[in-house]
Design a protein around this ligand. Structure first.
Ligand SMILES: *Cc1c(COP(=O)(O)O)cnc(C)c1O
Length: 423
C-alpha cells in the first residue's frame, strides 16, 4: 500500500488549497497532548492548537472517556421537538461562564453557521419588529467564515471574487487603531443615521485571519455603546477568541458594553468534535416569541446539539474552569511576555503584540499571504518539529494551554532561529 499522502491525492479536494501548487498533503497519524505525529514518525508541536481548537491537548483522556461513555447511551437524535441531558447540562455550564446579559443558546455545527445564525438573529429581530433594517456593519479585514452570510460580512475577501455580487449589503468601518478612533466612531454613526443598519458584526479584540491583529477593548466598547443606543444588534464573533484565548473566558469579558449576540465554536468542543453555539439576550429571543409561527427562527442543521459534541464541550468547560488550566494560561502569558521582551529589539522584528495566550510578531519584510518566503518559513518550522502557520509576514503562536515551558521554549527557539533565513 502506498503512503496515505499518495492515496489522498487521488480523490480528495482539500480546503484552502490550490492543488496545482500543492501536490501532496502531510498525513498525520496520531496526536497526543501538544504533539502531532506524521506517517513517517516525525513529531511536531501543535503551535496553533489545530486552528484554535485543541486547547486542552489532543486526545485528552478526561474528555475522550466522557464521550466514549456518552456514545453508548445516546449518540444522535433530532433536536427539533426533542432535547437531552448533555445539551441541557451544557447550556447550564455555558450560562455560568458567558457574560451576564446572555440568556438563550442556539446550537449549530461550525463557526460559519454560528455567525450565519448571528446575522439571521440581527436581521430577523428587526424584520419581526417591522423595522426596515437590512444592512450590516462589519470591520474591514474581519473574517467570519465561508458560507454566504459569513463571507458577506468578512472583509478579507481576496478569495470571494466569484461570489461578491450575491452578498448581503454590508458597510465597512476600519478597526479603531488609536489614531483613527474618532473617524471610525463618526463613520459608524453616519451609517447608523441612515436608519437601515440592523447589526454590527465583529471579532472582539483579535482578528484572527487578518493575522492576529489586535485592538483595545475601550475603543470597541465605544462602538458597541453607540450601537446599543440605536437598537443596532451587536454580534461578537468569538469563534476564535472564546474559551480562554484572551486570558478571560471570552474576549467580551474585557468589554463594559456586552454584545447582544455571541458566536462560539472552535475550542467550544476542545478540538474533539464539530459544534457551534450562538447565544443571545432575552430581548432578542423575545422578538421571535410570538403567536405567529413565522416569527420563530426557522433554521436547523441535522446534527444540531449532537449529544457527543455536547459532552465534549461540557468536559472542555470543566477543564477550562479548573485551577490547573487557569494557572497554565497565566504561565503562558508570562512566558510570551518574556519572549517578546527578548526579541523586541531584533532587526528582523517590526512589531510584537500579545493578549492572553495569543502571541504575534510582524517581520520586517514584505511578504505575500501565501508567497514563497511564507512557505520557506513554514517549512523551516516543520523541519524543526514545530507546526506554525505564518500569515504573510506575521508569525503567531496559539499553543494549547497544556504546553509545558520546555515545549514553548522550543517554539520560541525555532522562531528566533527562523529570523536568520529571511532576507
Ligand atoms: C474559524 C472562524 C470562523 C469560521 O469557523 P468554521 O468552523 O471554520 O466555519 C468564523 N469566525 C472566526 C472568527 C473564525 O476564526
Amino acid at each position: 500500500m502506498s503512503s496515505i499522502s499518495k492515496r489522498d491525492s487521488k480523490y480528495i479536494w482539500h480546503p484552502l488549497v490550490q492543488h496545482k501548487h500543492q501536490k501532496e498533503m502531510l498525513a498525520i497519524k496520531s496526536a497526543k497532548g501538544v504533539v502531532l505525529t506524521d506517517e513517517s514518525g516525525n513529531e511536531y508541536i501543535d503551535g496553533i492548537s489545530s486552528w484554535y481548537t485543541a486547547v486542552y491537548g489532543h486526545c485528552n483522556s478526561f474528555i475522550t472517556e466522557k464521550v466514549q461513555e456518552q456514545m453508548q447511551q445516546l449518540d444522535q437524535v433530532v433536536f427539533s421537538g426533542f432535547t437531552h441531558e448533555p445539551a441541557v447540562k451544557l447550556s447550564e455550564a455555558l450560562m455560568k461562564i458567558l457574560p451576564d446579559n446572555q440568556a438563550k443558546l442556539f446550537f449549530s455545527d461550525n463557526g460559519s453557521t454560528a455567525t450565519e445564525i448571528g446575522i439571521k438573529m440581527a436581521l430577523q429581530y428587526h424584520f419581526n419588529k417591522g423595522n426596515k433594517r437590512n444592512v450590516l456593519v462589519a470591520f474591514e479585514e474581519g473574517f467570519h467564515g465561508d458560507t454566504f452570510g459569513a463571507m458577506s460580512i468578512s472583509g478579507l475577501s481576496v478569495y470571494n471574487g466569484p461570489f461578491e455580487e450575491f452578498f448581503i449589503d454590508v458597510k465597512r468601518i476600519p478597526v479603531p487603531n488609536g489614531e483613527n478612533n474618532q473617524e471610525v466612531y463618526d463613520q459608524l454613526k453616519s451609517y447608523i443615521d441612515q436608519d437601515n443598519i440592523a447589526g454590527f458584526v465583529f471579532e472582539p479584540l483579535v482578528q484572527g485571519a487578518a493575522a492576529m491583529k489586535m485592538h483595545d477593548a475601550n475603543r470597541l466598547d465605544a462602538l458597541i455603546k453607540l450601537c446599543k443606543e440605536n437598537e443596532v444588534i451587536t454580534v461578537a464573533d468569538e469563534v476564535m477568541t472564546g474559551f480562554g484565548k484572551t486570558g478571560t473566558y471570552f474576549a467580551s469579558d474585557h468589554l463594559t458594553n456586552k454584545p447582544d449576540v455571541i458566536c462560539m465554536s472552535k475550542a467550544l468542543t476542545a478540538g474533539l468534535l464539530p459544534m457551534a453555539v450562538t447565544s443571545c439576550t432575552q430581548e432578542i429571543f423575545n422578538a421571535f416569541y410570538d403567536d405567529d409561527i413565522s416569527k420563530g427562527l426557522f433554521h436547523a442543521h441535522t446534527y444540531t446539539a449532537n449529544p457527543l459534541s455536547c459532552t465534549a464541550a461540557l468536559a472542555g468547560i470543566e477543564l477550562l474552569k479548573s485551577d490547573e488550566i487557569q494557572q497554565n494560561i497565566k504561565n503562558i502569558m508570562t512566558w510570551h511576555l518574556e519572549f517578546g521582551q527578548k526579541i523586541a529589539g531584533h532587526p528582523k522584528v517590526k512589531s510584537i503584540r500579545q493578549i492572553g495566550i495569543i502571541f504575534a510578531l510582524d517581520l520586517n519584510v514584505e511578504m505575500a499571504r501565501y508567497g514563497n518566503l511564507r512557505d520557506k518559513l513554514y517549512k523551516f518550522f516543520m523541519d524543526n518539529g514545530v507546526f506554525l502557520r505564518p500569515l504573510g509576514n506575521t508569525i503567531y503562536i496559539l499553543a494549547p494551554y497544556i504546553t509545558t515551558k520546555q515545549q514553548m521554549s522550543k517554539i520560541y527557539d525555532v522562531i528566533e532561529r527562523s529570523f536568520q533565513i529571511i532576507e
